[in-house]
Design a protein around this ligand. Sequence first.
Ligand code: MTE
Ligand code: MO
Length: 328
Amino acid sequence: MLIRTNSNGFDHGIPSEITSRAAFEGRRDLLKLWASGAAGAALASYAARDARAMGGLAKLPGGKSAVSGANVMEKLTDYKDASTYNNFYEFGTDKADPAKNAHTLITKPWTVEITGAVKKPGKMGIEELLKVSGMEERIYRFRCVEGWSMVIPWVGYSLAELIKKVEPLGNAKYVEFITMADAKQMPGLRNGSLDFPYVEGLRMDEAMHPLTMLAFGMYGEVLPNQNGAPLRLMSPWKYGFKGGKSIVQIRFTEKEPRTSWNKAAPQEYGFFSNVNPTVDHPRWSQATERRIGDEGGLFAKKRKTLMFNGYEAQVGQLYAGMDLKKFY
Ligand SMILES: Nc1nc2c(c(=O)[nH]1)N[C@H]1C(S)=C(S)[C@@H](COP(=O)(O)O)O[C@H]1N2
Ligand SMILES: [Mo]
């Protein structure tokens, strides 16, 4: 955030001095950008962001990130679009359903269970999770398998920080993310759209990659319920569905986890789900995408989808020698 002197409403037990540090570092980054001439769109979107009322949620600023590739210099998607055009089938299958229905999700108290092949299993409360590492803001491209994309400033830290803390055992080869499934809070559970709970997973090296983020906020505030409050996963080089929302359990496993979309349609959604413009979905091309907010709306000129969503330099090595048509 550019100017964020007021920490009112900021909760979750994060000390308030972080607010001023983040504000300070945000300004410094902008000055640096400005000096390098790369400010342009990024500056405009930061400015717009500060002028705009976001969701009116508790503030959750993040400091600068040193992770390579963590900040794309592209215009941010409007908060309004990012918080009203969603996939969260537990609240309905229409893009507008989560924003309408997710107010019934109870996010306090919240605990995440650490289970499986790990030295330090147990329950962690949200307050504890928020303190595992310093909060960072990272501007990631986000590409849904359906062919639309956004640019979102997430707030959180590398999942690797949590993984190191709980110490996986030698036989832990994968990490499974199990999300909230409570029919009392989630009207979509009854429609049978998927086999709930929604489950996703990563290979251990993917989970440990610094770009993989445990996100608690976006646009300087805590996540709105419809975006996966109070915490969700974000691996920016993978299709959006890998980012499980409202996580309640993180399990370390020896075998590749069965994921919800893979169970629903194995020939369409593989385990890896890396963004790849050369591997089409059986029912549509993945070569291009529609950036939400581009001028012209539905008729806007499509953009070329980038290999690994533009993060090839950072993550390409993870898949060296792998046939990405086979491991889609
Ligand atoms: N629990 C849960 N997580 C989920 C989903 C879901 O239906 N349930 N949808 C996924 C899909 S398909 C996408 S594209 C992203 C959408 O995230 P967003 O609404 O924050 O843009 O969330 C992913 N995480
Ligand atoms: Mo998606």
